[in-house]
Design a protein around this ligand. Structure first.
Ligand code: GRG
Length: 332
């Protein structure tokens, strides 16, 4: 039986022990009976995590009545529009794997979600992807106008660092270190570099190596950072931090490939965002270069690599394993 983390458990947020959850979870690369029960269990786990993140974000973000009300309404509109909260879940699961405390990890989980939400608001703008629909709702600029949407993104990015600053620092990692990790992931050599390469690659033939460069930055950098920050909040060892980075990077790469597959195979209504955007924008994706089946194989291989990185946790990283498998099989 795995060790459970008392603090996560007391809040109804710990994963179930091995016998009830893990035994029904299948490894990403294995064939076999993948019962629906395990995914139901994990969806409940994820929903509880998302609810905890929502409660914390409601507290951390300025209220919608704070002046000027327009900007606070706009940033809260996107922050609470129904995102899946994958990055915060990853951060919290990493903290749990390292025996950490929910209250130490929550500000960092929320900070990553604010960076993510800002990037979506800006990505949807007419000057970027020009999208009308996100998280099942009209995009921020469609509701509040372009000027306010730009400012709502700016405000969320800034709030992210204020929220991360609530992390008091621990035995091994200072507030400065976590903030600098987040800044690096969100900065011009990672998240923004990915977006620049993505924009510049539109309508061009790009190689698989260039595509990987984009995915590593546009998507993987923030997922990797979420896992690392969770570990740092829990005073993880240097070896654990490295493993969380490898895990997050590979899960992030798989996440983007699955996202590109879903863009082709699902409807706008189901995804809550416009489907078919990549081919419309003539964007190179793994499915467009190597086809759907090979792309699924690469996503599974990346997930298997992510699982491998968790070996050092000796069975205490159920949340991370379940999350990686859930992300590989997701349909939205
Ligand atoms: C810096 C403007 C700017 C953009 C950075 C993140 C990004 C690049 C663009 C957003 C669009 C995009 C295709 C991002 C790649 C990562 C991705 C698939 C995001 C969607 O993440 P989900 O599915 O979204 O977790 P929810 O809405 O559930 O939070």
């Amino acid at each position: 039986m795995r060790k459970t983390n008392g603090v996560f458990e007391a809040m109804g947020l710990a994963l179930r022990p091995k016998s009830s959850l893990k035994s029904r979870m299948s490894f990403a690369g294995k064939k076999g009976n993948r019962g629906s029960q395990s995914s139901v269990d994990f969806e409940i786990y994820l929903a509880r995590r998302a609810a905890a993140v929502d409660r914390a974000l409601r507290r951390f973000l300025p209220p919608s009545g704070a002046k000027p009300a327009t900007i606070h309404k706009a940033l809260r509109y996107s922050a609470f529009a129904g995102g899946k909260r994958i990055r915060p879940a990853l951060c919290l699961a990493a903290a749990e794997a390292c025996g950490g405390l929910m209250r130490a990890a929550l500000p960092l989980a929320c900070a990553v979600e604010c960076v993510h939400t800002y990037s979506l608001i800006h990505d949807d703008l007419p000057a970027m992807d020009n999208d009308d629909f996100r998280r099942g709702k009209p995009t921020n600029h469609k509701v509040f106008g372009e000027g306010i949407a730009i400012l709502a993104g700016d405000a969320l990015l800034t709030e992210a660092f204020a929220i991360a600053g609530r992390f008091e620092g621990g035995r091994r990692y200072s507030t400065r270190e976590v903030i600098s990790d987040l800044a690096e992931a969100a900065g011009s050599k990672q998240l923004i570099a990915g977006q620049v390469a993505d924009l510049e690659g539109e309508g061009k033939t790009i190689s698989a190596a260039q595509l990987k460069y984009i995915h590593e930055r546009k998507t993987s950098a923030l997922l990797r950072c979420a896992a690392r920050l969770g570990g740092m909040s829990a005073n993880c060892t240097a070896e654990q931090l490295r493993a969380l980075g490898v895990f997050g990077r590979n899960v992030g790469l798989a996440f983007q490939i699955i996202d590109d597959i879903l863009d082709i195979t699902q409807t706008t209504e189901h995804l809550g965002k416009t489907a078919g955007k990549d081919s419309a924008a003539q964007k190179a994706t793994y499915p467009s270069i190597i086809g759907l089946e090979k792309s699924r194989g690469i996503a599974a291989a990346l997930t298997a690599r992510a699982f491998k990185a968790l070996e050092i946790f000796k069975g205490n990283a159920w949340g991370l394993e379940a999350l990686a498998e859930f992300l590989l099989k997701r349909d939205r």
